[in-house]
Design a protein around this ligand. Sequence first.
Ligand code: PHE
Length: 461
Amino acid sequence: MSEHARTAGPRWSGALAFVLAATGSAVGLGNIWKFPYITGEYGGGAFVLVYLACIALIGVPVMIAEILMGRRGRHSPVNALRALAAEAGASRRWMALGWLGILAGFIILSFYSVVAGWSFDYMLAMAGGRFTGSEPEAAAEGFGQLLASPGRLLLWHTVFMLISFGIVARGVRGGLERAVSWLMPLLFALLLLLVGYAAVEGRFAAGLAFLFRPDFGLLTAEGVLVALGHAFFTLSIGLGAIMVYGAYLPQRTSIAGATLAIAGMDTVVALLAGLAIFPVVFAVPGVEPGAGPGLLFQTLPYAFGQIPGGGLFGTLFFLLVIFAALTSGISLLEPVTAYLQERRGWRRLPACALLSVGIWALGIASVLSFNLWSGVHPLGFVDGLAGRTIFDLLDALTSSLLLPLGGLGIAVFVGWVMRRRDVAAELALGEGLRFRLWYWTLRVVSPTAVLVVLLNGLGLI
Ligand code: PHE
C-alpha cells in the first residue's frame, strides 16, 4: 500500500453508500433525457445493442481504472495524480489529467444545471394541468417560451445550484451520503411506478419492440460513435467525479464488484426510462419517437396530456428527472470542492460556496444562449461550428473533447504508467484470467476505441 493510501480523509460508511452515490452520479439527464432521444434518432434496438457493448467493453474497464486511481491516490483528482505519479516514478505532468477533470466538472455543471432546471418548470406545469388535452403545437410552443425567458431559466438554474450547494457543503457523510440514501431509493420507486403506468396506459409492446428489436439498417457509423461517447457521459467517467468518490471508498470493498453493480444499474435505469417514455409516446397517434432533444420536453409532455392520469404521472416523471439530475450534480461539485479544500486548506462551506457561485455565474452564459445570446456564435468562423451557441460549444467541448481525453488519460495511466503490481494489489482480484482480461482491455481496446471517438469528434476522421 502506498503511503498516500493511508492518508486520513472522509470515507463512505460502507460499500453500499459508495455504490448508491456512484450510481446516483451515473444516473442522470444522460439516462432519462439523452439516452431515449439518441435511441430514437439512431433507430432503436440496434443502437441499444451497440451502446450495451460500449458500456461492457470500454465503460466498465475504464470505470474500474478510475475508481482504482481514486482509492489508491486518496485525494481530489489533482493531488491523487500527484501521489500516483510519484508512486509510479512518473512525471508530475500527469497532474494535468486531474486539472482537466476539474475544468470539465466545472463547465459541465454550469450547463447541466440549466437543463436540469427545465424539469422544475415542467414539473409545475404538469401539476398545474397545462398539458392536459393540449394541442401538439401548444406543447412545442411551451418549450419555446421557456427557452425564450432568461428569467425563468435563471430562476431554475439558481434553484438547482442552491440545492446542490446545500448538499455538498454538508460533507461526504452528512451531505452526499445522506442525500443519495434518500434520493436513490425514491428514484427507483418512481421509475418502477412510471414503467407500470406506461404498461397500463401506454402501448407497451410497441415501446418494447422499439427498444429491443434490432434493425441494423437504421444504424449508422455516426450512431456507433454517439453510443461510445454516451457510454462515457452516462457512467460519469473521464473527469474525476468517480475518482473522488473512489477516494472515499473503504479499503476492503471490491472495486470490480462495485463497478459491475453501478454500470449495471445505470444501464437498467436507461432501459427502464425508455420503457417509461416510449410506450407513452406511442400511445398517441401521430407522435414520433425520433424527435431529438425535444423528446422529453415537447413530445412526452404532450403525450402525457392525452392519456388518463397523465397529469399526475407526468408530474412524477419530472420529479424523477430532478432527483436523477441532483445526484449527478453533486458529484460534479464534489471534486472541485475537495480540491479547493486540500489545496488551500479551506473549510468545506466557503470552498463549496465560492465554487457554486462561480459555476452559477458561468451557467448564465448557457441561460442566455437560448434567448438574448442565441445569435452569439463565438467560434462561428471554425468550419462545422458555425451556428453553435455558447451552450452548444460548452457541451461539445466537454462531451466530445474533455471527457474522452480524460478517459484516454485514465486508461493509459493505469494501463501503462502505474506499476502492474500496484494496480493488481489495489484491485485485489489476484492475477488470474479476470485480471488479465481487464488489464488487456484497458491497455489496448479502451484507448484505441476512445482515440477513434476523439478524432472523429474533432472531425479528423
Ligand atoms: N452521468 C451523468 C448523466 O448521465 C452525467 C455526468 C457526467 C455526471 C460526468 C457526472 C460526471 O447524466
